[in-house]
Design a protein around this ligand. Structure first.
Ligand code: C5P
Length: 307
């Protein structure tokens, strides 16, 4: 397990409702993502600035006296079997804690999948958090985050403050305070991208960017600088696989927000806006330009960074 630097706060929102534990699992965007190396284990060394945003999946956890794990999901396109990261998180927590408890989990999906928004990873983190409470396991946040890092590269991030500088393969998390909330427009195309495929197409740069300037801009609340300094090394690889990503990036740029970028390994993009009014204006402009004969286009979400 990688070393983890963690805060006691978490953007995950947990509450009890009678016998149920409810957890809201936020999406994330990457304001900066540099690829530093190709590692012998097949992963890539990264440096990335991640921010949790106000678009949430919701998970409900109920005790299951039979000791079994059962998962249902309102999205029929998502497997609700043992391969789902939520199920794997529940199994991992049970195994490591020695608990004999069972659970019925219901997952309500709102975060688009294969979109670079880490919805599945966030659901997995929410499962560790929710079942730690429901089952009375009593693991500390750093212990939960260490389990999270075993489930995927960006799962541990969801145990950090709403923003963090993440290194290693993404699992070494150093919380960072955003001086002010960010207003973003998320643009989610009707196709997804496979993370391994995007990474297979990435070029490791000779001279990687260090991201110092954007971290400073985030810490100081300088949104205009932050908009100018957005960077994602995975975007050219994603654009090669799906040229629509480049076309959407151009459309966003034409609406003149503070900046625009693809998130993670795509396919979603986001615009950093001065305020909610500007995010709405950019959304309207994009909607007008992109509406096809059926009036459909990418899904748009006005969000803020979590607090
Ligand atoms: O860790 P996770 O399961 O989310 O990673 C999914 C895939 O993304 C990996 O199998 C790998 O192909 C790629 N990846 C990578 N380097 C990272 C993170 C992910 O190459 N730092």
């Amino acid at each position: 397990m990688g070393s983890l630097s963690l805060s006691v706060r978490s953007p995950m929102n947990t509450e009890r409702n009678g016998a149920a534990v409810l957890v809201r699992a936020p999406a994330k965007v990457n304001l900066f993502l540099e690829v530093l190396s190709k590692r012998p284990d097949g992963y890539h060394g990264l440096a990335t600035l991640m921010v949790a945003v106000s678009l949430y999946d919701t998970l409900e956890f109920l005790d299951e006296p039979s000791g079994q794990i059962a998962l249902t999901c309102d999205d029929p396109t998502l497997s609700a079997g043992p391969d789902n990261l939520v199920w794997r998180a529940a199994e991992l927590l049970r195994q490591r804690s020695g608990s004999k408890c069972g659970t019925r989990i219901h997952l309500s999906k709102r975060i688009p999948m294969a979109a670079g928004l880490a919805g599945g990873s966030s659901d997995a983190a929410a499962t560790l958090e929710g079942l730690n409470q429901l089952w009375g396991v009593g693991l500390s946040r750093p212990e939960l985050a260490a389990l999270a890092a075993e489930l995927g590269s960006d799962v541990a991030f969801f145990f950090a403050t709403p923003a963090a500088w993440c290194t290693g393969r993404g699992e070494i998390v150093a919380p960072l305070n955003l001086a002010r909330p960010l207003h973003l427009l998320l643009v989610c195309p009707d196709f997804g991208l496979s993370t391994p495929e995007v990474y297979r197409n990435v070029q490791v740069p000779q001279q990687p960017l260090d991201g110092l300037a954007i971290r400073k801009a985030a810490l100081e609340g300088k949104s205009e600088s932050l908009g100018r300094l957005l960077h994602n090394r995975l975007q050219p690889a994603a654009e090669k696989l799906r040229p629509e990503v480049a076309a959407l990036h151009g459309r966003l740029q034409a609406a003149r927000p503070l900046g625009q970028l693809m998130s993670g390994s795509g396919s979603s993009l986001f615009a950093v806006c001065r305020d909610r009014g500007e995010a709405l204006r950019v959304a309207r402009q994009l909607r007008t330009n992109l509406a096809g004969p059926t009036g459909c286009g990418p899904r748009l979400f006005l969000v803020r960074s979590c607090v």
